[in-house]
Every structure is written in C-alpha cells, then in structure tokens.
Design a binder for this molecule. Sequence first.
Ligand code: NAD
Length: 473
Amino acid sequence: MRSIDKIYLDGAFRTPHGTETFTLMNPSTATPIGSVTLADEEDAKAAIAAAKRAFTTHSRTGKAERIEMLEALGAAVSRRVGDIKEAMMEEYGAPQLFAGWSAQHAADCFANTVRTLKDYEFTRRINTTDVLMTPLGVVALITPWNANAGFICSKLATALAAGCTAVLKPSEMSAIQTQVVTDALHEAGLPAGLFNIVTGRGDVVGSVLTSHPDIAKVSFTGSTAVGKGIVRASADTLKRVTLELGGKSPTLILDDADLAAAIPMALQAGFMNSGQACIAGTRILVPESRLEEAKAIARKAANAMTVGSPADPESRVGPMVSQKQWDRVQGYIRLGLEEGAELVAGGEGKPEGLDGYFVKPTVFANVTNDQRIAREEIFGPVVCLIGYRDEEDAIAIANDSLYGLQSYILSGDLVRARRIAARLETGRVIINGAPHEPLAPFGGFKQSGIGREFGTFGLEAYLEPKSVLAPAA
Ligand code: NAD
C-alpha cells in the first residue's frame, strides 16, 4: 500500500497541516492501493505565500534563464515517462496506448513551450508606445484526474515561461501521477517557491485558491459545473480565468466517406481513454440513408473491442475511475433505454468476467439530438449514432450543443471537409484523424470553456499588456 503524505511547498516535500486522508483505489480491480494525506486551507495559504515571494525574482528573469529552467524540467520529466505511464494505468486504468501518448506529451510540453518562448517578443512598439507583456503574478493551476500529469506539465511550463509563479492543485484522485511528476520537477533543482503542489479537495484547497487576493489567475481543467463555480468565486477579486471544460463532441461522417473505415475511426474517438476524455467524439453523425449500414458496422466494431485492465496491451477500453463514475455511466445507459434509443452494442452491467469498474462499450442508435444522452457529457464509453438528412442538417446538429470543444470530420473530400470545418462552433476540428499540433491553440467555444492553452495564445493568457508612453527624447 502506498502512503502519499507530503505536499510540495517552497522547494521541499513537507508534511501538510491538513490531516484528512483519501483512499486511492485501483479501478481495474476495485481494491484500495494506498492513501493520500490532503492539504487544507493553511497549506493552500502557505503555498500562495511561497509563490508570491518567488514571483519577485522570477518575474524579472529573462528569456534565456526561463528557457534553461524549462529545459531542466523537461529533461527531468522525460526520465520519468515510463513511471508516469504506469501511474496513469494503475490509478485510473488508462489504456496503454493513451497512457503512453499522454505520458510522453507531459514531458514534451516543456520543449514545446521553449519553442514558443524563443520566438516570442515580450516588448513591442506601437507608434510612440512600448507595449510590455508583463507576467500576471501568482497563478492557481487546478487539474482533473484524467491525464493529470500532462495538465500539470503544460500549465506549469506556460506559467513559468510567462514569468508567473504557481500553486498547483491536482485532483485527489490522481495523487500517484502527481507524486511521480512532483519528484521529477523537484529533481530539476529550480529556485524554491516557483511552483508549489498541494493535493487537496476542491471545496477546501480549491476554494482558497479561487478567492485569495494574491492569486492573479486561475487556469482550470475540469467539469463545466465546477468551472462555473470558479468564475463566481473569482469574481470578487476579478481574477483572470482560463477554463478547459467538458464536451459532447460531434463526429461528422460525410456521405462520401467509406463507412467501413469511418465508423471504427469514429468509435475510436468516442471510446478514447475509455470515454473519459473531454474531447471524446460521443455524437456520431451519419447520413440517414446509410444508418442501417452504419449500425451493423458499429455493432461489430464495438463488440470486437477489447475491454480490460491496462496491463493487457490489447485492451482498448479500461475501467471508469471510480464506483461513483461507474454508477453515473450506468445511469446514462438506463436513461438512453428509457428515452427510447436503440441499443446497438453494450448495455447495462459489467462485461463478463471483469470485477473492476468496467463498462461495456455502448452504442445507441435512433437517437435524436434533443435526448439527454446526446446533450450531456457522460464521461464513459457510450456513444450515439444520430442520422442527418443533408450537409446543412449535419452542421446544424453538430452545432446544436451547449458544448464546443472539439469536432471531427471524416470525408473523402478535403476541400469539402475544410469548408464544413469553418462553420463548426468548436475550438478544434480534426479532419480524417489528423495528428495533434502542440503549438496550435486548444480550448472550447460556448460552455466548453474560456480562453486557450498552448503556443502563443496560451502564453499570452498569463501576460498583461502594459503600455508605456514617453515623450520623444
Ligand atoms: P472536476 O471538475 O470534478 O474536478 C477538477 C478539479 O477541480 C479537481 O482538482 C477538483 O478537486 C477541483 N475542484 C472541485 N471543486 C472545486 C471548487 N469548488 N473550487 C476549485 N476547485 C475545485 O473534474 P474531474 O472529474 O476531475 O474531471 C473530469 C472533467 O474534466 C470532465 O468534465 C472533463 O470533460 C473535464 N476535462 C476537460 C478537459 C479540457 O481540456 N477541456 C480535459 C480533461 C478533462
């Protein structure tokens, strides 16, 4: 059994003031694997004070010094990629393929930020005026349990590149990932206080961070409901906020697509990270005239998908993170049936022979876009096939959502796909499974968030422009 009983404060691992503990579970076996001692309000305040002291010097560092820091952090995290992958698999059952990609992404964040920083001009001239891009101050970085390591690394890299210092509050359900990453970040040997990591509850540590007057900005990745609460909590002190929230992403399979190839690709996007991904493509839009064909292919592909522990490299769908999340997903499957959707694959209950929090990869058809299973984020391996009449109808259905994080287009005609992409109300559009671009902005339209991360757009979210006007010498 693991015991994670330290927080990272002012450059050292310390025993928290908080004494509450949280039990860590292995979701593949539904058995306890350890506990984490949670930070409390006092710890959060101490972390903010440490970051505030460090801001005085860090805000005045130059590009070269920051690049050196990011390179040291990147090298340290790179050495632990294998451990991060293992932690993700153990702690929330991330399938191997996803965990491998995600762990490498965590390490690569630092080099990607260096690329952005090298090209960035912190001072610009507009006619008679110097515009100085100035670091905001101490920032609070709040992360969810899924792929937590990557969120810690990408937010921290950008904050430090901008000259900000940070207090990180990762989810209590991702304490093992946090531990591995914190060990690595510590090994980089940066000055004390630049970053402080206090795992604790959202309503305890999170509440202090989102209301404290010494926090200039909150960068949050998590659910839309909590994101709205953060906007309210931070309003009194007018904090800057970046919110990366939930999604209900559409996959538009155009009528020129080869369904035999497109449906398995769409299911892959829907069941990504066992469906526990903000960008999961959970609404699959197919031409009405080809719905029967689509259903048959989807049934076969979903039934052939290996569900199981991430220890099995063949496993494509792992467990839900917790019993609570398993119950929630089951509730949505029941709701789908009650709403009159047709069950094409999967359904209620656990797959045969699996005791952990596993869900059968579930495909519903005959779903209309106004049903709750098509509107609400389920965060499990449950997708809907929705028929559309023509291109206009497909675009209207895709855009008829409270969310707007990502969309997918599968088509044999790239010109047509790009034309449709321009009309979709989402922060990213992925055409024919194109690979990730780490320097392009990432973030949501509508209730999927506020602001952008990555690259120059992400960096500027940690900077305030200051105009200095002086008479000609
Ligand atoms: P969550 O919103 O429950 O928690 C996220 C973080 O917020 C955790 O660290 C939690 O402790 C903290 N928190 C909770 N209440 C808080 C409060 N009152 N004040 C401050 N912090 C508080 O989300 P989760 O279950 O950990 O993650 C799943 C959700 O995250 C899904 O909705 C998913 O779509 C979303 N997500 C979004 C992205 C994105 O980039 N858009 C990426 C991953 C996950």
